[in-house]
Design a protein around this ligand. Structure first.
Ligand code: GLU
Length: 446
């Protein structure tokens, strides 16, 4: 069997949000777990609303999420292919010009509804002969073009929803080309999927109806009349069931990144919400790929509470292996042979990665110690064990201080923490003390 080729096809008319990341990850994890290819396709046929800046930011956002496309395609560079496909459809008699205005169509729909009929386009323009068309064009009307659907039931086995069907007889012939000659999404998408050899179309369930139409287009346009395999996943909604929009800025990928949320937490939440797998912290995308299965995705809405992201992000840090943190630590000048034990000591206390900067300064740099009880600290300083410090030093030392002063519990530990770190809370001192080292500990206690 050949390896899958998938695509993620955002329109660059805004920034992507966590709901879009869900679709992107479904495609990415599905293809990469089978050594397949992932295409990023910008659906930018709407030249007015599409912006290069948005396309660029989508690439940045995907990279931050760990999604690296094998190929990037822009629909705005492929109009010639769509024109050729449209010409073939016209020649086959299945793409026909229509002259109704939006108002006329609206009136007709209302009449149909009043009569209890489904508001489906009545194909009136299909009956126009050459002379009638010429007359309309002479009046200044420009045609839009509809695809003549075969009135049949289209079946497919959906990767998520199982056996699926759309009765195309109940649909209006879809407009493929607008009056101003611009393309709607339907035809370019099929043309690209054919040309790029897309094997699996994984997208939100808001596209299920399109699939009936698109399978008919695949049958007409693809060399063997084949359509790809489809999978339609449920959409992420907030806790009250509302969908996410491009305007939900707080849940944009850029917004989450700026808020210090871990990309792996975004990934785990985007992928595992609304499936039979529990949402949990992951240590890598490989692990997430192993936990992910399209057939586990539920048909109910995938509700999530944005507040869960903070906790999941913290848990992601707490579980993060040093190898995964190393490059980011180096970028913050956390390097050298202390870097790994430092990371293992502090990760369990982080709520955001950036907090490491402050802990590194506390361990390696200068701080202002907080001395609650100078005499007690002096005594403790005198009892500091000799070098070298190791994982036992803290317990050996505090046992000696306890013995000498009679203090225990908080009265014993708290002043030592304040003096050594300047903080009243933080990572285990047994781990921090060897990193702080004898000389600095002595200075801070005195
Ligand atoms: N541009 C379309 C969207 O964002 C792509 C749909 C598809 O994957 O076919 O909804």
């Amino acid at each position: 069997m050949s390896t899958p080729i998938v695509r993620f096809a955002p329109s660059p008319t805004g920034r992507i949000h966590i709901g879009n990341a869900r679709t992107a990850f479904f495609n990415y994890l599905f293809s990469k777990s089978q050594l397949g290819q992932f295409v990023l396709r910008f659906d930018d046929t709407d030249l007015e609303r599409s912006k290069v800046e948005y396309a660029d930011s989508i690439e940045v956002d995907l990279e931050w999420l760990g999604i690296l496309p094998d190929l990037i395609v822009r629909q705005s560079e492929r109009f010639a292919h769509y024109d050729a496909a449209a010409a073939r459809l016209k020649a086959a008699g299945v793409l026909y010009p229509c002259y109704e205005t939006a108002e006329e169509l609206d009136r007709r729909r209302k009449r149909q509804i009043a009569r209890g009929q489904p508001p489906v386009y009545d194909r009136a323009s299909l009956d126009l002969d050459e002379a009638a068309r010429a007359k309309l064009e002479a009046e200044g009307r420009r045609p839009h073009w509809r695809f003549k659907l075969a009135h049949e039931v289209v079946h497919w086995v959906d990767l998520v929803r199982g056996e699926s069907r759309i009765d195309c007889a109940s649909l209006s012939d879809p407009v493929l080309i607008r009056e101003d000659s611009s393309y709607l999404y339907t035809l370019p998408s099929v043309v690209d999927d054919i040309d790029l050899g897309i094997t699996h179309v994984i997208r939100g369930e808001d596209h299920v109806t399109n699939t009936g139409v698109q399978i008919q287009l695949f049958k007409t346009l693809s060399p063997q009349g084949h359509a790809p395999t489809f999978g339609h996943h449920n959409l992420l909604t907030n806790a009250s069931g509302e969908g996410l929009s491009k305007r939900s800025g707080a849940l944009s990928i850029a917004g989450l990144r700026e808020a210090g949320i871990e990309s792996l937490a975004v990934a785990a939440l985007a992928v595992l919400t609304g499936s039979s797998d529990s949402v949990r912290a992951m240590t890598s995308l490989q692990e997430l790929a192993g936990a992910f299965d399209l057939s586990h995705v539920s048909r109910n809405a995938a509700r999530f509470d944005p507040a869960d992201l903070d906790a999941l992000s913290a848990r992601t840090l707490h579980a993060m292996p040093y190898e995964c943190a190393r490059d980011r630590l180096i970028a913050h000048d956390v390097a050298g042979n202390h870097a790994e034990p430092f990371w293992l000591a502090v990760r369990g206390n982080l709520t955001a990665f950036i907090d490491v900067v402050e802990w590194w300064r506390i361990v390696e740099g200068e701080i202002t110690p907080v001395i609650e009880d100078a005499e007690f600290c002096q005594t403790a300083a005198k009892l500091l064990p000799p070098d070298p410090f190791d994982a036992q030093t803290w317990s050996v030392w505090t046992a000696a201080v306890k013995e000498a002063t009679g203090r225990k519990g908080k009265a014993l530990f708290h002043p030592l923490r304040l003096a050594l770190t300047g903080r009243d809370q933080g990572p285990e001192l047994a781990l921090l003390l060897p990193l702080i080292g004898r000389a600095k500990a002595l200075a801070r206690l005195s």
